[in-house]
Design a protein around this ligand. Structure first.
Ligand SMILES: C[S@@+](CC[C@H](N)C(=O)[O-])C[C@H]1O[C@@H](n2cnc3c(N)ncnc32)[C@H](O)[C@@H]1O
Length: 486
């Protein structure tokens, strides 16, 4: 059944190309990568992975199938859409997150949630009455997002929530939103806080990348205070300090709390593949730069009885918020000393000697290699022979299938199973979230998402030897990289 469909798509595509490129014949313009057989191969992968998705009985299989589906339709798009159209379309995709961020900022999801209609519908005019955004703009924003499954247009200019748009509802009333539009993100749900950070500061920094990188200062710098973010926000302090100055630290911290909500963000969450149970009883785990310690809240039930958790962070507001975070989850954890909240700067010597585990999630991707080595040396200095260093970060996979000799001598789990050819080995479209994150880190902090080789190199320079790489969840490239002292 798929063949005629593919053929139809192909014809339409060829017609488009003919119209665009004038007189050259079709056969002259077909390159090897455009051959129908490649389209057929990808279509077959898509059909099979869709069937696997339907048949999946557990989360792991579902995630694997879903990722392959995404990789296949991404590849299919590059094969069927004429390249000139593809480039034009891609060049305007920045509008999508901007509209998402604007709708998130204006509190439109919360307004729709307040609908008194039995089916939860609300017209653009009624939305305007409630929050003052002109009905015409409301319709244009929501129709754009509806194309991606965020809100649904159920009648002309009448909207309801979808599963995705419901997640934009922060749970605050519209009055609360209007009272303090910026700081309310620290008080509401994690997804709106996350979008607010990525779209506003991340988006502004991304938009500034083109002009910033024309200047040598920004093009060549690896410093945390010389980034496109610094240029557009006209500040020479690093992003973390800027958040403190602006009183926005908790907005960001709230976004990271979503890691603790399995149904919202499974890809950040599953640490069960690591053998926590094998740690000796009464061990100490130090979460270096741990934020509120949301990762430790996940590890706590997996670790042996008597394990002590020390959550370190430099930011006073973060540590203050951490008290509330733990009080809401485990009312006695801090009181009884099972969880210790400690102020510590990871650029300084580590005060907790000989811990069983030094854990760091989403820290090294903020820093250039030299600084990472310095941070890891502090941990090396204080660790003992039994200590484990666990780095939890996205591990960037290569897009090519032939990675030469890279796998020689690599530890178990270092390189993921590649996607089937002719899909890119790293999944292409399915790996775009990690690639976007990498750009985000570059633009905001001159940070970097690294490949396994890059992690290995910085760790070895600080005296750590790779042991094994554990996956966190099939959905993501997030891994637990385990090292021991050389
Ligand atoms: C990207 S967040 C990650 C938080 C946490 N590890 C997690 O995964 O949820 C980075 C954290 O590093 C903290 N941080 C930044 N500079 C630091 C420093 N020099 N020493 C300790 N913590 C620092 C920030 O306050 C923030 O909480």
């Amino acid at each position: 059944m798929l063949q005629p469909l593919v053929f139809r798509v192909r014809l339409t595509c060829n017609e488009l190309q003919l119209r665009r490129s004038g007189s050259r014949s079709l056969s002259q313009r077909l390159t090897a990568s455009e051959t129908p057989s490649e389209i057929t191969q990808v279509s077959n992968i898509l059909t099979k992975s869709l069937a696997a998705l339907g048949a999946a009985s557990n989360e792991k299989d579902r995630a694997k199938a879903f990722t392959t589906v995404q990789a296949a339709y991404g590849k299919l798009e590059t094969l069927v859409v004429p390249p000139s159209l593809l480039l034009q379309q891609i060049s305007m995709t920045y509008q999508l997150p901007m509209v998402l961020g604007t709708v998130n900022d204006l509190g439109i999801a919360e307004v729709i949630s307040e609908s008194t209609d039995p089916k939860g519908r609300m017209s653009s005019k009624d939305i305007e009455k409630r929050c003052g955004v002109p009905a015409g703009k409301v319709s244009r924003f929501l129709r754009f997002l509806a194309g991606r499954g965020i809100f649904e247009e159920v009648a002309p200019d009448v909207w309801t929530h979808t599963k995705a748009s419901r997640l934009l509802d922060s749970g605050l009333s519209y009055e609360e939103i209007a009272r303090d539009p910026i700081h309310r993100f620290a008080k509401g749900a994690p997804i709106p806080a996350w979008i607010s950070h990525t779209v506003e500061q991340g988006g502004m920094a991304a938009v500034s990348m083109v002009t910033a990188l024309r200047e040598d200062k920004y093009k060549k710098s690896e410093e945390v205070f010389e980034t496109p973010f610094n240029k557009i926000y006209d500040t020479d302090v690093p992003f973390w300090q800027w958040l403190e100055q602006e009183g926005r630290v908790l907005n960001m911290t709230k976004g990271f709390e979503m890691n603790n909500t399995r149904n919202v963000s499974p890809q950040f969450f599953d640490f069960s593949y690591y053998p926590w149970r094998d740690l000796p009883e009464n061990s100490t785990i130090v979460d270096v730069g741990g934020g509120v310690g949301s990762a430790m809240a996940i590890v706590l039930p997996l670790a042996p009885k008597g394990t002590k958790f020390i959550v370190q962070d430099l930011s006073y507001p973060v540590l203050e918020h951490a008290k509330t975070f733990w009080a809401e989850r485990d009312s006695t954890a801090v009181q009884e000393g099972r969880v210790v909240l400690q102020r510590h700067d990871f650029h300084q010597p580590q005060p907790v000697k000989g811990a069983a585990v030094y854990f760091m999630r989403f820290i090294l991707h903020d820093w250039k290699d030299e600084t990472c080595i310095e941070i890891l040396k502090h941990l090396h200095h204080t660790a003992n022979e039994e200590s484990r260093l666990l780095i939890v970060e996205a591990v960037i996979a290569h897009a090519c299938h032939d990675i030469g000799s890279l796998t020689e001598g690599a530890v178990e789990g270092a390189y993921p199973t590649p996607m089937p050819e002719p899909l890119p080995a790293n999944g292409g479209r399915a790996a775009e979230f990690e690639a976007s994150f990498d750009m985000h880190m570059m633009n905001v902090l001159n940070g970097v998402e690294r490949t396994y080789e890059q992690f290995r190199q910085i760790a070895e320079k600080a005296g750590w030897k790779p042991q094994k790489v554990y996956q966190t969840d099939e959905l993501s490239s997030l891994k637990i990289l385990e090292f021991v002292k050389v």
